[in-house]
Design a protein around this ligand. Sequence first.
Ligand code: HEC
Length: 294
Amino acid sequence: MKLRGKFNSMLLVVFGLALGASGYMSHRQLNDNARAEVLSNASVLMETILSARTWAVNEVGPNLRETGEDEEMLMMGVPAYAADKIMEAVYKRYPDYGYREAALNPTNLKHRAADWEAKIINSFRSDPAKTEEWGIRQTVKGPVLYLAHPIQIKQSGCLGCHTTPEKSPPQIVAKYGAENGYGWKLKEIVGAQIVTVPLSVPVDNANRMFITFMTTITGVFVLVFVLINIMLNSLIISRVSVMANIADEISKGNFEMGEFNEQGSDEVAQLSVAFNRMRRSLVKAMELFSGHGT
Ligand code: HEC
C-alpha cells in the first residue's frame, strides 16, 4: 500500500470512530436535555397549580363557608375549580399543555381516570412513598411527556365535600349529584394530578441541533482530510517520487539527470542534500575507477 493509502485509511478509521462516538454522545445528551427541560416546565406548572389548590382549600374555602351560600361563590373554595381556572388562562398561551385531576371515583365525571391514568393512580396507592411518576406517551399530536403526582386527602377540610352527600354543601350535591366523589377517607390517595407537555417541539429542536453539529464536524473532518492530502502530496510524495526516479536512473548507470534541487531544512531536503553528495562521490569513484582502467 502506498503512503497516501496508508494515511487515508488511517484518517478514515479515526474520523469514522470520532464521528460515531460524538454522534452517539451528542444525540443522547441533546435528547436528555430536551426531556429535562420539558420535565422542569411540567414541574413548574404542577407547583403553580398545587399552590392555587392549597390557597383555595385553606384560605378561600373556609372564609366562603362562613359568608356565602351562593353556588358560584362556593366553587371558589373548590381546589379542583381553582386548578381549572388557572389552566384556562394557561391554555390561552400554551394550548398544547395539559392538566388533569384524574380520580378513580370522581365528583365530576369528566375527571374519571382513563386506563393509563388509573394505572398511575394505583401505583401511587400501592406505594405511598412514591411521590412522582413521569414518562412519555405517544398521542395523535405526537409524543408528550407526562408528570404525575398523587392526590392524597391530607386535610380534613377536603372531607367537607367528599365524604357523604349529607355532609356536603347542598349546592354542590345539587350540581354534581349524590353518586360520585364521596366516601373518600383521610390519607387515602384518591387520584393524581397529571401535567402533560408536548415533546415534539423540543425534540425537533434537539434533532436540528444534532444535524447542525454533525454537519459541522463532518465539514471539519473533510477539510482536515483534504489539507492533509495536499500537504502529504506537496511535502513528501511528489518530492520523494522525483528522488526515487533519479535514484532509479543512477542505479542503472544513467548520470544524465540533474541533481536534486531541494530547498529548505526539512527531512526530505536533508535527504536530497545527502543524496546529491553521495551521487557526486559515486561519480568521482566511477571516474577514478575508469581512469585506472585505461
Ligand atoms: C367546597 C367543597 C370541596 C372541598 C372543600 C374540596 N373539594 Fe374536591 N371537589 C369538589 C368539587 C365540586 C369537585 C368537582 C369540580 C369540577 O367540576 O371540576 C371536586 C373535584 C376534586 C378532584 C378532581 C376529581 C373529581 O372528583 O372530580 C379532586 C382530586 C379533589 N376534588 C380533591 C380534593 C382535595 C384533595 C381536597 C382537599 C384539599 C378537596 N378536594 C376539597 C368539592 C370540594
